[in-house]
Write a protein that binds this ligand. Structure first.
Ligand code: G6P
Length: 611
């Protein structure tokens, strides 16, 4: 999520760094900073919590930091809260080595322990400070930046893009990456480094894509690459020929991939948009506590993935708020002649706010005199305008037809509604409420962890590429997320798939299981684990190949499954938010493998404005 920019040339570096960072804002961040080496070779650092404009103000648009070489960073907090102290760049004790970093150093605790034993102190909670001091440690040992970085690579586990300034090497940047993006741009007498091409596209369209563990040495208008043995590597410069539309993908191969990667941010934004003083607040949606208290029934109408978010809403709301919820396909609701009930809240969920059936369902509910709440992503859309109350999800523009980030933000709206109803109806304790809010706030970080482990899912997809049929099974919320996983797969990979409540298998679908049929079990609910596992065993004994999506350290699942896909532990009610991520990635990689048009799958439209 973080963004890196670096510059060495003849211009003042700071304004270039700020400009580049602004192009990386979409990645999501909560603090930012820049470091520039001045004409006396001192490295000056300015950092700030919050938006880039604060950093810009602090540095007078970069004017306050003189010098022609520097690095900049936008940080999305992982290790340690968003704060100026945790913001990058980080530095060694005498500020002779200064670094910015993207990614996660998995063994940072072990490395920190080692450095502490060597006499290092730490001022922040970040893994980046550990990375910086590890480079410092090896630099002091070898007196050579390339060798220091090569040693760093050998000691560190995880993903990183790292850019470092050494006071002893003025007007030069040293960089390395592994599994985190980094490009180097070159133009005349200038050299750039960035997490993504758009940050530097304004200055150059000639870039080098840095390979894993390749070390780059940037000087004015020149870059040299080395391997870990410090042998120079020859690399081809690539010319970017993007049109405006693909540039909007911000360096991702597909909008869908970009949008999946935005999920930590949009989930965070949607959670934050609903929290006032640490508590869920629906006043901005136009619903008072008093009104909410009087509803004794909820009906959800939606289509596609929004309908699936509605199914999650049903499980979570019934569990927490003890009020009956009915979920309907908008296309059915509109013609079903529903029974009017003044104490029933009708919720229409829609990303676009323009889906014809959902708009019609909304109008039908209004005609029957029922109060309507729209959970919508697009500001000012028809459904948003016509509903009595509106809760906006904060997913931002979604371009890929197969929704990912909008669905994730709809889930957050669903949890928030369930929690709000539970408080006004007094069906959960204050303690449980607070612990659920805390868990809600931890979801973005957990989603990011899953995204960072995407390679294992890519590998799983390559093994599943020849499957003709895939079944998803689960119980409760696990079933609700299974139907979304199945839809994603159908939409973009064109592989036939079905999702079933695990208990229904024996009532028909099990007859379709044969040797090698892929069955994906979603096993996120402790309470229901053994039940679903038994159903998986039943398919396994009929030849099925079993994949389990489950929480870490689930030994029982690992015993049964041929492949286990782990996600971080979370509250069972919020499990869909995590379990859906590997299912989205699975569908995505299968689509890529099959050479499909990922963002614009055949026969489908982003917004279905006709019946
Ligand atoms: C289309 C899209 C789906 C979406 C559904 C509902 O079928 O392809 O991704 O879930 O419409 O769209 P809405 O905008 O109402 O959420």
């Amino acid at each position: 999520m973080c963004g890196i920019v670096g510059y060495v040339g003849a211009k003042q570096a700071a304004p270039v760094l700020l400009d580049g960072l602004s192009k990386l804002e979409y990645r999501g961040y909560d603090s930012a900073g820049i470091a520039v080496s001045d004409f006396k070779n001192n490295i000056n650092i300015v950092r700030s919590k919050g938006k880039l404009c604060i950093l810009s103000e602090k540095t007078e648009g970069g004017k306050k930091l003189e010098g022609v070489c520097g690095i900049g960073h936008t940080r999305w907090a992982t290790h340690g809260e968003p704060s100026e102290n945790n913001a990058h760049p980080h530095y060694n004790d005498d500020r002779t080595i200064v670094a910015v970093h993207n990614g996660i150093i998995e063994n940072y605790a072990e490395l920190k322990g080692k450095l502490i034993r060597q006499g290092y102190g730490f001022y922040s909670q970040t893994d980046t400070e550990v990375a910086t001091k590890l480079v410092d440690y090896y630099y002091k040992k070898h007196n050579d930046p390339i060798r220091a970085i090569a040693n760093f690579v050998l000691r560190v586990r995880g993903s990183y893009a790292l850019a470092v300034l050494f006071k002893d090497f003025p007007n030069q940047i040293f960089a390395v990456r592994k599994d985190s993006p980094m490009v180097i741009g070159i133009a005349g007498g200038e050299t750039f480094i960035a997490s993504d091409v758009p940050a530097i596209l304004k200055y150059t369209n000639k870039v080098y894509y840095v390979g894993n563990t390749e070390i780059a040495h940037l000087e004015k208008g020149k870059v040299t690459f080395y391997n870990l043995d410090k042998e120079p590597i020859n690399k081809e410069v690539a010319e970017i020929t993007w049109d405006a539309q693909s540039a909007e993908k911000d360096g991702f191969e597909h909008f869908m991939l970009k949008e999946m990667y935005e999920q930590p941010k949009v989930v965070k934004d949607t959670v934050n948009g609903l929290l006032v003083d640490g508590k869920i607040d629906f006043i901005s949606a136009g619903l008072s506590d008093e009104e909410l208290k009087n509803f004794n029934q909820i009906t959800v109408a939606a289509c596609g993935s929004a309908y699936h978010a509605g199914v999650v809403l049903q499980y979570v709301t019934e569990e927490l708020a003890r009020i009956p919820v009915r979920v309907e396909l908008s296309s059915e609701f509109r013609y079903r002649n529903p029974v009017a009930d003044k104490n029933c809240l009708v919720i229409v969920i829609s990303q676009s706010g323009e889906t014809a059936d959902s708009l019609a369902a909304l109008r039908e509910a209004k005609k029957l005199g029922m109060k309507t709440l729209a959970i919508v992503n697009v500001l000012g859309s028809s459904i948003a305008r016509e509903a009595d109350c509106v809760l906006y999800t904060k997913a931002g523009p979604e371009i890929a037809v197969a929704t990912t980030k909008a669905y994730s933000s709809q889930l957050i709206a669903a949890y928030a509604l369930a929690l709000k109803l539970a408080t006004v109806k007094n069906t959960i304790t204050g303690e449980r409420y607070l612990s659920l809010i805390k868990e809600l706030s931890s979801l973005p970080e957990k989603i990011e962890i899953i995204l960072n482990g995407k390679e294992s899912i890519q590998h799983f997809a390559s093994e599943a590429a020849n499957k003709k049929n895939v079944f998803f099974i689960g119980r409760g919320v696990d079933y609700a997320v299974g139907i979304e996983g199945s839809l994603k797969l159908k939409e973009i990979s064109y592989i036939h798939s079905e999702a079933y409540a695990a208990g229904e298998l024996k009532h028909g679908p099990i007859s379709l299981i044969e040797d090698g049929t892929l069955v994906i079990g979603v096993l996120m609910q402790d309470r229901l684990l053994e039940k679903t596992l038994s159903n998986l065993v039943e398919t396994k004994s009929r030849g099925a190949f079993i994949a389990a999506v489950t929480c870490e350290n689930n030994e029982k699942a690992a015993e049964v499954a041929d492949i286990t896909i782990n996600v971080p532990k979370t509250e069972g009610l919020f499990a869909a938010s995590l379990a859906v991520i590997p299912l989205q990635l699975f569908a995505y990689y299968l689509s890529v493998l099959k050479g499909n048009d990922v963002d614009k799958p055949r026969n489908l439209a982003k917004s279905v404005t006709v019946e």
